[in-house]
Ligand binder design. Structure first.
Ligand code: SAM
Length: 336
């Protein structure tokens, strides 16, 4: 009997009886933006040798899939900065048990790669976009690239990477006056917009950025009509979706601060330097890269994955306003 079948019998269940079936993989810590909440530009990059090779990622996903992982999302850093990403996608889609592969991107390079990604087997894409104003885009991200991102979103639609979801982190006094413009896009352009509460986890230089609650965001867009709950959108995450009457698109809300969703957490993360991380907001990690490079067998990897699942805590502390125990690793390494 194969390991896959053994895994399917038990699934991957953590100490809180949550089914873990979703793996987010950061494929690089490099990014072509330098957003104010991420500050990747101030950090030294990991060396080429520190980053997991595609063959190593494939090995891990193969074992994880046999244990019950069904869905993979590639992120970063900016995942499209990693040369040959379509090759990795092609390697992952061929793994038995993986039925969904998606990407989180800032969209700048989607105009160039959307078709190739689709052909390689990518199902869908989330694009991060915090403003629709060109000058503000430059202030938030450090680069004058709004046009490329909008073109990238169009390219993703044309390539059929559906649903394309737009992720907008709402920050007080920075872009919170644009929530209504984003929400209107769900009506005028069929966009699926997701408003994300800014998480304050102590990245140096981000202390002044303040979150805006989902409650406030909902109030700021209520003049557009009554939001009706909507359940028809594919996804693996914690967003709650709504639609305005007659809109093709949707408006979603992700509430890590005001209403944590740890009870439904279904995920593990692999950092770009090969650490398996049970929770974005806790510093526990299980080293996969070291053992892999020392010849770990599939059974060794299986044990390491089980260790990480056993480390999953019941919930993170940030929601109660408690800072993480240590300053967090930057998002670009963990994978946002
Ligand atoms: N480069 C890719 C992108 O732009 O989508 C993937 C990595 S980026 C770190 C992933 C997501 O994390 C982005 O949507 C970003 O807005 C979000 N993010 C980063 N820091 C955040 C924070 N402190 N609170 C909420 N979201 C954050």
């Amino acid at each position: 009997m194969t390991m896959k079948n053994e895994g399917k019998k038990t699934g991957l269940i953590d100490s809180w009886q949550r089914q873990i079936n979703y793996l987010r993989i950061s494929v690089t810590d490099h990014c072509n933006l330098n957003c104010i909440y991420c500050s990747v530009g101030t950090l030294p990059h990991l060396s080429h040798d520190d980053i997991l090779r595609y063959e190593e990622i494939e090995q891990i996903v193969r074992v994880a899939a046999a244990m019950g992982i069904q869905k993979v999302r590639l992120t970063g850093g900016e995942p499209l900065m990693r040369p040959g990403l379509s090759t990795l996608i092609g390697m992952i889609v061929r793994i038995e048990g993986i039925d969904d592969i998606s990407l989180t991107s800032n969209g700048i390079l989607l105009g160039r790669y959307a078709n190739e990604l689709k052909e390689a087997g990518l199902k869908r894409v989330n694009v991060s976009l915090d403003t629709l104003k060109a000058d503000r885009f430059k202030k938030i991200s450090g680069r004058d690239k709004l046009g490329e991102v909008l073109a990238g979103i169009e390219a993703a639609h044309r390539a059929g990477l559906e649903p394309v979801k737009i992720n907008t982190v709402v920050m007080r006094g920075i872009n919170d006056d644009e929530t209504i413009d984003f929400a209107r896009k769900s009506i005028s352009d069929g966009w699926h917009v997701r408003f994300i509460e800014f998480m304050s986890f102590g990245t140096p230089g981000t202390e002044a950025i303040k979150m805006v609650s989902t409650q406030e965001i909902k109030e700021s867009i209520q003049s557009l009509g009554k939001l009706e709950p909507y359940t028809g959108l594919t996804g693996n995450g914690p967003a709650r979706y709504y639609r305005f009457p007659g809109a093709e698109g949707t408006v979603g809300f992700i509430t890590p601060m005001t209403e944590h969703f740890c009870h439904s957490c279904n995920r593990l993360r692999i950092t770009s330097d090969g650490q398996l991380r049970p929770c974005l907001l806790a510093e526990d990690e299980v080293n996969l890269k070291g053992p892999l490079r020392n010849g770990a067998s599939p059974d060794d990897l299986k044990n390491l994955i089980q260790q990480a699942v056993a480390l999953k805590r019941e919930q993170h502390q940030l929601a109660g306003g408690i800072a993480p125990e240590t300053a967090m690793r930057p998002m670009c390494q963990i994978g946002g």
